[in-house]
Design a protein around this ligand. Structure first.
Ligand SMILES: [Zn+2]
Length: 491
């Protein structure tokens, strides 16, 4: 991470975290050789199983807080029951297996050490059977049983020891250095090509254990190959961004299945059952979680709006909304705080170590009770200056912080202050009532091509997107009675 990004993180998260050097030395001294439960190989692992579980548990809290859980009991039950049965039939039946559906529109699935596994609602929208869900769960369970995450973490920690000096010598400005917690950062450590192959192989085995047709995993790779051409975002490396080409992996799966020569005529697929569960699924970004219209951030659920400065780069990161100046020498961060009274929030903020109050005043914002302060913050990396606003709206207290390095703050304070002043209640009924798009399941009354389906049952999404979520080509003939997905609603 870079100096500026580090500085900004420090203020946003004061008190600063201690350097993890001492922890690393401790961990290295605990290093040992262990036999891999899934592969039987001996390997260097820095963490015991209970430490592995602890790492997963800690990271899980970060991930559920920053990405959010998708509330849908039926889908949750399917993913969790299937996952539990698979996990308990694996080489590590006693891990605290945990399966979650994340409220995230990207196509993704990933695993954390200790048995924490996540599927996004985005990937679920693109699947067409229970067996495909089983294929993804099996693959991710494979990463856990073969301890890929923990081995990966081991290597990354060792590398980090050598990286620290280089980062200080060559600082590059990078916005939003640590927008997400440590748990989410864990996900940025990618699996190797061979780890992906091994997870595919284990996944096929776990699908077989439960009687699912392993060829459905091949269909997942076809879908991923199609979807990776689309610009559906790639916020977290996972299923999509793994190095081996999806089509290569598809062929490998089919080759393995053929080699095994088993009779799959009775193998479970569960297409209809799965598709019925998808009816009503939120599709794409959910505008109720807040969205940018040009530089204005609008939040229908919390009914407020804020104008970020023109030309600033903005990010809606669920737990916070951020803006960064084009010169990357100032940032604005909006979050919720626990204190009910704006003044209490301000006192807690200014009471942190290294914080110096320059001025404090109480001035309403958009007619709402508010507490303000100008401050200076001394951090390990240097001195920052900023302006902070605490404002009460509805039953929430918002904190908006504008800050930057002390030497350039004079030039940035005006624009940051204006942005903070723009906070106001959202009253536009059109925006307040905005709804996300949803998946609707249609049973075809007669045979037709997907193209005809798109005309007779129009979707609020591009044709290619509807083809992708149905795993069909536009010209493909679909038999009568088939269940197809369309995308409805939204604005
Ligand atoms: Zn993988």
């Amino acid at each position: 991470m870079t100096c500026l990004a580090k500085l900004m993180t420090c203020v946003a998260k004061l008190p600063t975290r201690p350097c993890s050097g001492a922890l690393l030395v401790l961990l290295l001294s605990l290093a040992g050789c262990a036999v891999n439960p899934a592969t039987g190989e001996r390997q260097l692992v820095l963490f015991s199983e209970s430490q592995e579980i602890q790492i997963g548990e800690d990271a899980d809290q970060d991930i559920t807080a920053s990405l959010g859980i998708y509330e849908d009991e039926a889908l949750e039950t399917l993913v969790s029951d299937l996952g539990q049965r698979m996990g308990r039939a694996s080489e590590r039946p006693d891990l605290p297996w945990t399966f979650r559906v994340l409220d995230d529109p990207t196509i993704n699935a990933f695993a954390l050490p200790g048995g924490y596994i996540y599927l996004t609602r985005g990937i679920l929208a693109h699947l067409t059977s229970e067996a495909e869900v089983a294929g993804i769960l099996g693959h991710e369970i494979g990463h856990v049983t073969a301890r890929h995450g923990i081995v990966r973490l081991t290597q990354a920690q060792i590398t980090q020891l050598g990286l620290g000096a280089a980062m200080i010598l060559a600082p590059e400005l990078q916005p939003f250095g640590e927008a997400v917690g440590v748990g989410v950062q864990l996900l940025f450590l990618r699996n190797s090509r061979s780890a992906e192959r091994q997870a595919d192989e284990l996944g096929i085995e776990y699908m077989r254990n439960l009687g699912y047709d392993p060829r459905e995993l091949a269909r997942v790779f076809t879908m991923l190959a199609q979807a990776s051409g689309a610009r559906d975002g790639d916020r977290i490396p996972g299923f999509l961004s793994t190095h081996p080409d999806p089509l290569e992996r598809r062929d490998e799966v089919l080759r393995r299945v053929e080699e095994a020569g088993e009779d799959l005529s009775d193998a479970r697929i569960g297409r209809e059952e799965y598709l019925r569960l998808l009816d009503g699924l939120t599709f794409g970004e959910n505008p109720r979680d807040g969205f940018f219209r040009e530089q204005t951030f609008l939040h229908p659920e919390m009914a407020f709006r804020v104008d970020f400065p023109a030309g600033w780069q903005t990010v809606n990161a669920r737990t916070q909304v951020q803006g960064m100046s084009p010169e990357q020498d100032a940032a604005i961060v909006l979050t919720l705080v626990a204190e009910d009274a704006p003044g209490a929030g301000r006192s807690a903020f200014l009471g942190q170590a290294g914080m110096e109050t320059l001025r404090r005043w109480d001035d309403p914002v958009g007619g709402l009770p508010a507490a303000w302060a100008d401050f200076r913050a001394r951090t390990e990396q240097g001195t920052l200056q900023g302006v902070v606003l605490f404002v009460r709206h509805g039953d929430r207290t918002f904190r908006i912080l504008g800050y930057g390095p002390e030497n350039t703050w004079d030039r940035r304070r005006g624009v940051a202050h204006s942005a903070l002043l723009s906070f106001q209640a959202l009253t536009d009924p059109e925006v307040l009532g905005i709804q996300p798009r949803r998946v609707e399941i249609v049973q075809l009354p007669r045979a037709m091509t997907l193209r005809t389906f798109l005309q007779e049952y129009p979707s609020n999404a591009r044709d290619e997107t509807v083809a992708q979520i149905n795993q069909l080509e536009l010209g493909e003939e679909v038999p009568s009675g088939t269940l197809l997905k369309r995308v409805v609603g939204g604005s």
